[in-house]
Write a protein that binds this ligand. Structure first.
Ligand SMILES: Cc1cc2nc3c(=O)[nH]c(=O)nc-3n(C[C@H](O)[C@H](O)[C@H](O)COP(=O)(O)OP(=O)(O)OC[C@H]3O[C@@H](n4cnc5c(N)ncnc54)[C@H](O)[C@@H]3O)c2cc1C
Ligand SMILES: *[C@@H]1O[C@H](CO)[C@@H](O)[C@H](O)[C@H]1NC(C)=O
Ligand SMILES: *[C@@H]1O[C@H](CO)[C@@H](O)[C@H](O)[C@H]1NC(C)=O
Ligand SMILES: *[C@@H]1O[C@H](CO)[C@@H](O)[C@H](O)[C@H]1NC(C)=O
Ligand SMILES: *[C@@H]1O[C@H](CO)[C@@H](O)[C@H](O)[C@H]1NC(C)=O
Ligand SMILES: *[C@@H]1O[C@H](CO)[C@@H](O)[C@H](O)[C@H]1NC(C)=O
Length: 592
């Protein structure tokens, strides 16, 4: 269709491919054909870019809609991570009005920047439980995805480094649970007065509240110091860990501020469509340019972008394609389906302390002092995320357990040493606070991401369908009560004054449920919109080797393939899947 446009970008040949750099304009691309085209320079895409360009004979192109991460201080400073949603590095997605939230719409953040969501996330680093990965085997009928078989790929992703304060961490983290890859992981480097209260309470209460030394050893249950993707007091993202170090390679191009509209190809054997072309544009209304991939197109545009691009390419639910007037290339009902996220409620308590970070957010001179401490010495409050400790719990007996097994959680509590503005409550201008962020990590509600326009710049319709099952809302109520139980343990004596705001009036289960519906957001952990399934299954979007069913030359590698929502923070799982995928791709092309 736009074939003539190929000539615009094919003027220079590979022989003249110069020093690679981050490119801002399509006209600066040095080739019209690459071996591998990676759609999305995010978490998974950056891993692929690194691994596939190790061999200097592979020409690799990364296409990223967002901006460059380099030099953005708020991205680098761990403490400021929570300020990134709804800024220049966010896609600013909004859900439809949610019945389960009394018809509120909520914002869902996604990274619009190199490194993708790993450049804007809250950095918690969880490997996923043995049961989660074993459920992946069940979902794919392929042993390649077991906890044990993936071990070497997990270890390729990251390395445990000392915390910023260099203290002795014996007993607070287990070094044997980490590997030797590029992402730097550490436990908190600026201890606060609530951290030991949390872990001591776990030790005193035991049972469902037990302390655990490390959550990255196959069991994601217990209260612990948070391992985070932070090194030297600085965010370690897919961009800083995997992409920046390889920009000097001559065989990789990274084109930013560029949207992929769709992928195309031609009919191959047995009703299979071979995908070898990617259409890109930089501004709404531009005529798309086409670029060719001689080996594979790798779709890593994330849980919103991936189903959007698949649908615009004719790979999606028949009815959706018909409504849009797009020819069916592959009828795939699960594109955009199975969308799941972790609901989150912020529970605020007034505390008897002068050492929370509330004054820092209220007083520009205190803020400036902490920032300059970070700039000058990479020490102090700003070296950590907002949450130094957290706990993953099972629900009490009597509840259903939809998690993947005995080593996976149902709920989570994140402890924040100040008023963390999540949800509807307006930050108070006086007082000191503890925020306990309670989450349901084995939710049973499922939503959809639906493409509603042929304009590649139009956002998809996002229906989380949050809190539409009894399990999800009653699990939230239970974890809100569990949070209160934890702070009733002796380490908090004299510290807690009482619940703050509307929470003070919520005592019955119904009142807690109403508070949750009026205040919940999500942890920004969505997955599932291009789910993996067994090779011969008619459902699912990709086969067990991540190839899009009904096509050749096209794989999906990002959080959208996850067959169910992990009962933990998902970034380490995405890195692990991308490392595994890189070897699958190399093997298929004789490059291992
Ligand atoms: C605010 C926030 C907090 C989070 N906190 C944590 C946490 O503490 N711990 C944790 O483990 N996880 C956390 N997560 C989740 C985690 O970051 C994600 O699950 C993970 O990064 C997803 O990786 P991905 O490769 O699937 O997608 P992404 O990393 O989002 O990458 C997708 C990339 O594709 C690009 N793209 C999309 N569409 C197009 C297009 N049409 N053309 C070109 N490029 C396109 C995007 O701009 C993006 O760069 C958080 C996420 C957010 C947003
Ligand atoms: C999200 O909103 C911010 C702030 O308005 C803006 O700078 C940014 O460009 C928006 N993101 C996108 C993808 O439009
Ligand atoms: C939410 O919207 C639906 C559909 O418009 C309506 O029936 C329902 O009463 C609304 N609920 C609330 C709590 O406003
Ligand atoms: C971290 O800091 C140490 C000491 O300042 C330095 O030796 C090391 O190179 C730094 N690492 C990175 C990845 O910047
Ligand atoms: C906080 O500071 C005020 C004013 O200096 C003091 O009166 C109060 O006792 C302090 N509270 C705590 C818990 O240290
Ligand atoms: C709690 O309920 C009382 C009585 O209904 C009301 O006066 C008060 O404003 C409520 N407090 C908050 C913080 O909502």
């Amino acid at each position: 269709m736009h074939r003539f446009l190929l000539f615009l970008i094919s003027a220079s040949s590979w022989a003249s491919f110069g020093t690679s750099k981050i490119i801002h304009s399509i006209s600066d691309l040095q080739c019209s054909e690459y071996d591998f085209i990676i759609i999305g320079g995010g978490t998974a895409g950056s891993v692929l870019a690194n691994r596939l360009s190790e061999n200097p004979h592979n020409k690799v192109l990364v296409l990223e809609a967002g901006i460059n991460n380099a030099g953005i201080q708020d991205v680098q400073v761990p403490f400021l991570g929570v300020t990134l949603p709804e800024t220049s590095v966010d896609w600013n997605f909004t859900t439809t009005p949610q019945v389960g939230l009394n018809n509120r719409s909520i914002e869902l953040a996604r990274g619009f920047v190199l490194g993708g969501s790993s450049s804007i996330n809250f950095m918690a680093w969880n490997r996923g439980s043995q049961d989660y990965w074993n459920s992946f085997v069940t979902a794919t009928k392929n042993q390649m995805w077991s906890f044990t078989a993936l071990e070497k790929y997990y270890r390729r992703t990251s390395t445990l480094v000392p915390p910023a304060d260099g203290r002795d961490t014996t007993g607070d983290v287990d070094p044997t649970a980490y590997g030797n890859g590029p992402v730097q992981v550490s436990i908190p480097g600026f201890m606060t007065e609530i951290d030991n209260r949390v872990t001591e309470s776990g030790k005193i209460l035991g049972g469902r509240f037990s302390f655990i030394e490390d959550l990255n050893k196959g069991k994601t249950l217990g209260f612990a110091y948070a391992a985070s993707s932070i090194g030297n007091g600085t965010r370690s993202s897919a961009a800083t860990a995997y992409l920046e170090p390889i920009l000097k390679r001559k065989n990789i191009d990274v084109l930013i501020s560029t949207r992929v509209a769709r992928v195309t190809g031609h009919a191959a054997s047995k009703g299979i469509t071979h995908i070898d072309t990617v259409e890109i544009l930089q501004n709404p209304g531009d005529i798309p340019h086409q670029i060719k991939a001689s080996k594979e197109v790798l779709l890593s545009a994330g849980v919103m972008g991936t189903p959007h691009i698949l649908t615009l390419s004719g790979i999606g639910p028949k009815k959706v394609l018909k409504n849009l007037g797009i020819n069916v290339v592959v009828a795939a009902e699960d594109v955009g389906a199975n969308f799941a996220d972790h609901p989150l409620v912020a529970n605020y308590f007034s505390v008897n302390s002068n050492h929370t970070w509330d004054p820092v957010l209220r007083d520009p001179s205190l803020f400036a002092a902490d920032l300059s401490e970070w700039v000058n010495s990479k020490q102090g409050l700003f070296v950590d995320t907002a949450g130094n400790t957290y706990g993953f719990m099972k629900l009490p007996h009597g509840f259903a357990d939809p998690s993947t097994g005995p080593r996976s959680a149902n709920t989570e509590i994140i402890f924040v040493n100040g008023f963390a503005p999540f949800g509807a409550t307006i930050p108070p201008t006086t007082g000191s606070y503890l925020s306990m962020l309670t989450a349901v990590v084995s939710p049973t509600s499922r939503g959809t991401v639906t493409t509603v326009s042929r304009d590649p710049f139009a956002p998809p319709k996002i229906d989380l369908n949050i809190f539409t099952t009894d399990f999800d809302i009653s699990a939230m109520v239970q974890v809100m009560k569990d949070a209160r139980t934890l702070i009733s343990a002796s380490p908090w004596d004299g510290y807690i004054i009482g619940p703050f705001g509307e929470l003070a009036n919520a005592t019955t289960d119904d009142q807690l449920a109403t508070f949750a519906r009026n205040n919940a957001v999500t942890v920004n952990h969505p997955v599932g919109t291009a789910r993996i399934s067994p090779d011969n299954a008619r459902y699912g979007v990709v086969d067990s080797h991540l190839k899009v069913k009904g096509t050749s030359g096209l794989r999906v590698i990002d959080a959208s393939v996850l067959p169910q929502i992990p009962e933990c923070h998902p970034q380490a799982l995405v890195y692990t899947i991308a490392e595994r995928a890189a070897d699958l791709i190399k093997a298929d092309h004789g490059l291992l």
